[in-house]
Structure formats: structure tokens, C-alpha cells
Design a protein around this ligand. Structure first.
Ligand code: GLY
Length: 316
């Protein structure tokens, strides 16, 4: 029996991201980002080897990335036009094909924890007031995710335009493309994807991020994808769902990424994505200059931090 179990086991795969952008400067430089992403990949891949499910690995990976202040999610989230932090996160289990998420939630350390809880509920996506009520119901301690760095960024951006109406100010800062995401294939062959963000920064109150929509985070039994970049661009491409549906309809993961990123480039979008197929293929793509992603392919840890060639996608 033990032999049969081993035979049926799948080599786990993992890919994570800490956003996209035009440079690594604001994130503390290449080495710091690499160290941070690699150590999270190492920790989460060990869980997968230890038989954690894909959803467990994704939730834990998102928590670690939310807790890392250099990324725009959880602690270190950017501020909106009114100086408040509102975060969004979602989780999709590819096996049950169920999506759950929290939109524009405040005063919580790990928004992904709400998405995890909502997986088993009949109402699976909650927004601001409802998400706050749920946080209280679950007795999750209030937490302020503000960092000095984000406050100073906001103050600097606002210096010249405090005279404008707060809700009318939309600034495209470097942080605007920040998001975190995790995609995992577990040893039973199950896929899951999770994505979490502080949003674009300086957005209008009530703006909804792609990160808690199937456009930015989607999974079936065949593939799972998490996106980063400008939310409106991701929504317009319906990127995560588009890639996953292409794989579900028979394209390889690489071909699905290739076709989707050619379209995104033609449409002048600013975004990136990571994904894994049930076959074990891993892929990533970007139209932005830099994609902060790292992966474990079963043999080695790799990353995309110095991937600067002209191709739109790459795979492992
Ligand atoms: N992709 C994150 C956002 O635009 O909110």
C-alpha cells in the first residue's frame, strides 16, 4: 500500500511574487528582495514536502509575504487618497474551484486569513463593512499595518496637491504595482492561488482591486494564476482567469501565458503574473520592467529578479 501511495504522489511546485514595477530600488535592492523571497519559498516548499495542501501552503505563504514590510500587502500596505489603508485579498482552491476574498478591509494583520475563513462559507466575498464585522466576529485582534516608510511616501506625494479634493487624487507611484501572490501544486496534485494587496496607493475611496477578483487570482484543477500590476489593466485583460481557462481548454501553460501576454502588451498594459499547471509546469510573465517572483521547481530555487530580456514570458 505504501508503494502505491508513493507512486501516486506528485512533485510539489511553488511560485510566489512580491509585485512588479520599474525597478527594485524602493524595495531595498536586489539582494534584500532575493533573500526575502527565497527564504519564504524555502519555508513554504518544506510545508508542501511535509504534505501540506496547496491551500494551506498558499495561505501561509501569503501571510509571510503580508508580514514582510517591503511588499505592498498587509504590513507595509500603501495609503489611499484619504490617508487610510484598505487591503484586499483572495484565495482560490483549484480542486473545489471556489473563490473567496475580502475587499478594502482595514485594521487587520493578515487579510488572507479572512479569505481562508470565507472558503467554507456560503457568502464568500465580503467588502469593507462586512469584512470588518467578520474580523470582529472571528475575534481577530485589531492591527495597524502602517509603516513609517509608507506614511512618508504618502506625505511626500501629497505635499504638492493637498489643495485638491482628496478623493480626486490618483497618483501612479511605484508602489501602485505592488501586490503579493502565491501559487502552489501539492503532493496530491491539487492547485491553489492566493493574492493580497494594499492597492495602488492614492486611489479613490471605494476603488476595488483586481486582487480580490478572479481577474487577479484564479484556479481550476488544471492551472492556477496570481497577478500583479495595475489593477485596472489586470481587470481589463481578465488576466488570471483568461490564462487558466486557456489551459483548461487545452493550451499548455507556456502557450497560455505567451498568448495572454502578447495581448496584454498590444493593449499597453502594465502587469505581471505567475502560474502553475497540473502538469507541474511553472510560468511567469510581465509587461512591466521587473517582476519580483521566486519559485521552487522541485530541484532548485530560482527567481525572476534579473530577468530583463525582451521576452514576455518564461517558464521552468
Ligand atoms: N494589483 C493591485 C491593485 O491594483 O490594486
Amino acid at each position: 500500500m505504501a508503494d502505491v501511495e508513493v507512486e501516486n504522489q506528485v512533485q510539489p511546485k511553488l511560485i510566489i511574487h512580491g509585485g512588479a514595477g520599474s525597478s527594485l530600488k524602493g524595495k531595498g535592492g536586489l539582494n534584500a528582495v532575493r533573500q526575502s523571497l527565497h527564504s519564504i519559498v524555502e519555508e513554504i516548499y518544506a510545508l508542501l514536502l511535509d504534505k501540506a495542501s496547496a491551500t494551506e501552503a498558499v495561505v501561509k505563504g501569503c501571510q509571510l509575504l503580508e508580514d514582510e514590510p517591503r511588499f505592498n500587502a498587509g504590513t507595509g500596505s500603501v495609503l489611499q487618497s484619504d490617508g487610510q489603508i484598505r487591503m484586499s485579498a483572495s484565495l482560490m482552491d483549484g480542486t473545489s474551484q471556489s473563490f473567496s476574498g475580502a475587499i478594502n478591509v482595514s485594521r487587520i494583520k493578515n487579510p488572507i486569513a479572512l479569505a481562508k475563513f470565507l472558503q467554507s462559507q456560503s457568502d464568500r466575498v465580503l467588502s469593507d463593512y462586512g469584512a470588518a464585522e467578520l474580523t470582529r466576529e472571528l475575534q481577530i485582534s485589531p492591527y495597524n499595518p502602517l509603516t513609517d516608510k509608507r506614511l512618508n511616501e504618502w506625505l511626500a506625494e501629497r505635499k504638492d496637491n493637498f489643495s485638491k479634493s482628496m478623493a480626486g487624487v490618483i497618483a501612479e507611484s511605484e508602489a501602485g504595482r505592488g501586490t503579493i501572490g502565491v501559487v502552489a501544486l501539492d503532493s496530491q496534485g491539487n492547485l491553489a492561488a492566493g493574492t493580497s494587496t494594499g492597492g495602488k496607493g492614492f486611489e479613490r475611496i471605494g476603488r476595488v482591486s483586481d486582487s480580490a477578483m478572479p481577474a487577479g487570482n484564479y484556479a481550476t484543477k488544471q492551472a492556477a494564476v496570481s497577478c500583479t500590476g495595475i489593477g485596472e489593466d489586470i481587470i481589463d485583460e481578465c488576466l488570471a482567469a483568461k490564462i487558466v481557462v486557456r489551459v483548461t481548454d487545452g493550451l499548455s501553460l507556456a502557450a497560455a501565458f505567451e498568448r495572454s501576454f502578447v495581448e496584454a502588451k498590444q493593449n499597453q498594459r502594465d502587469l505581471g503574473a505567475i502560474g502553475i499547471a497540473a502538469t507541474g509546469a511553472i510560468a511567469w510573465g510581465k509587461t512591466s520592467d521587473v517582476l519580483l517572483a521566486a519559485y521552487h521547481d522541485g530541484q532548485n530555487i530560482g527567481d525572476t529578479l534579473e530577468w530583463t530580456d525582451e521576452s514576455l514570458i518564461d517558464c521552468s
